[in-house]
Design a protein. Structure first.
Length: 94
């Protein structure tokens, strides 16, 4: 069993209130499996997408300023889409 499969995470309360109706794209490297994070975001009213477009409201990534930008981060910059890190959105259960 991988570390990600048995890790318990939750969405931070202040972020929960901001994502209802928002189109969100996640990059690789999150604190849990993508399916789990997608379900959690969708339960809060977000719409998860797989690619960044001009309609994307937010991109969640491992690092906002990595040494090498991913395609999704390049697209976010192109469309001036806000970017936050996974640690700003998700917390591990203590």
């Amino acid at each position: 069993m991988s570390k990600k499969s048995n890790q318990k995470i939750f969405i931070k309360e202040d972020f929960r209130k901001k994502i209802k109706g928002k189109k969100i794209v996640m990059t690789t490297g999150g604190p849990a499996k993508r399916k789990i994070m997608t379900e959690m975001l969708e339960e809060c009213g977000a719409e998860c997408k797989t690619a960044v477009s001009g309609k994307t409201d937010l991109v969640i990534c491992q690092k906002k300023n990595p040494p090498k930008l991913t395609i999704k981060l390049k697209e976010a910059a192109k469309f001036k889409t806000p970017v936050v890190e996974y640690r700003d959105v998700f917390s591990e259960a203590q």
